[in-house]
Design a protein around this ligand. Structure first.
Ligand code: BJW
Ligand code: ZN
Length: 249
């Protein structure tokens, strides 16, 4: 596909040494993982208040865990796609030139790390972390299937929950500070594969724009962020992101 990117955009990309990227579910769509909103999205036939809030979990932990167990299974077999790989390559390219790329992701699937990205900020936690609702212990666990649903803590028998951030919950403070710092200090901010409807993640673009960063969006569809960015590119992230880094020498 010829995306015919404008020359001024390609120049900003090749000159930028501090880059921040915000990704959402759309970046993993080409790896076979569902997005949340829109046709075919995870919430098309499901109530997000039942699946992605602490209240929904308290009401029916088994139902919420069945949904996460299914998503963990999908993510376990998924491979990073060309979009994930392009971002990992860009980070490496910058690090060899004294630059830096901060990859802020709302995704909980771990595919950026699988692609080789190092500076990953998991704003909404990780689907591979299990946290005890009683003693607070956390562990990384990629087991599928889980021995029981809902799973229980090996230490105190308390109910385990996925280590993700649901609506109404605080984001991990260190991740939020890192994301804010990255947005405040970058020359270029790229937002890819997110509907831009969930805060505070969606507000980072404006933070970057206000301090003078060039802003780019890559998405199949227009979003509430499209008018606010300098370049809004329409298409698949698995095609757009590799074409952006093709601008690097
Ligand atoms: C492609 C593609 C391809 C597809 N190529 N593109 C300010 C104003 C109003 C409300 C608030 C506010 N600040 C906070 C709030 C409340 C709330 C919020 O944002 N509400 C809004 C809905 C209005 N935020 C919170 O509660 C957050 N906590 C917080 O702020 O704490 C303090 C506080 C609490 C209470 C009140 C006020 C302050 C927490 C948010 C947690 C979100 N959690 C989830 C679940 C995570 C775990 C899991 O994965 O299960 O995070 S919800 C879900 O949405 C998930 C995602 O990370 C997140 C964003 O979705 P994303 O990634 O954008 O996916 P989609 O499906 O929406 O979009 C996909 C896009 O890809 C589409 O645009 C497609 O076109 C595109 N696409 N294929 C390119 N191949
Ligand atoms: Zn415990």
């Amino acid at each position: 596909m010829d995306l015919s990117l404008p020359n001024d955009l390609l120049q900003r990309i090749s000159e930028a040494r501090r880059v921040a990227v915000l990704t959402g579910a759309g970046v993993s769509a080409e790896s076979g993982l569902s997005t949340f909103r829109g046709p075919g999205g995870l919430w098309e036939n499901q109530d997000l208040m039942e699946l992605a809030t602490p209240q929904g979990f308290a009401r029916d932990p088994k139902k919420v865990w069945e949904w996460y167990a299914w998503r963990r299974e999908q993510a376990l077999v998924a491979q990073p796609n060309a979009g994930h790989l392009a971002l990992a390559r860009w980070e490496e390219w910058l690090s060899h030139r004294g630059g830096r790329l901060d990859l802020i992701t709302q995704n909980v699937d771990g595919l950026h790390q699988a692609a080789g990205s190092k500076n990953v900020i998991e704003l909404h936690g990780s689907g591979w972390v299990l946290r005890c609702t009683r003693c607070g212990r956390e562990r990384l666990d990629r087991t599928h299937p889980l021995p029981e649903i809902p799973p229980r803590c090996g230490e105190c028998q308390g109910l385990l929950r996925p280590g993700v951030v649901w609506f109404g919950e605080m984001l991990p403070p260190a991740a939020l500070v890192s994301a804010q710092t990255a947005a405040e200090n970058c020359e270029l901010f790229l937002v890819a594969g997110t509907s831009g409807t969930v805060y505070p993640a969606a507000g980072l673009v404006e933070v970057a724009a206000r301090q003078g960063a060039a802003t780019i969006e890559a998405n199949l569809e227009p979003t509430p962020l499209s008018d606010a960015v300098d370049w809004s590119l329409r298409g698949r992230s698995g095609e757009i992101l590799p074409s952006l880094i093709a601008a690097l020498d």
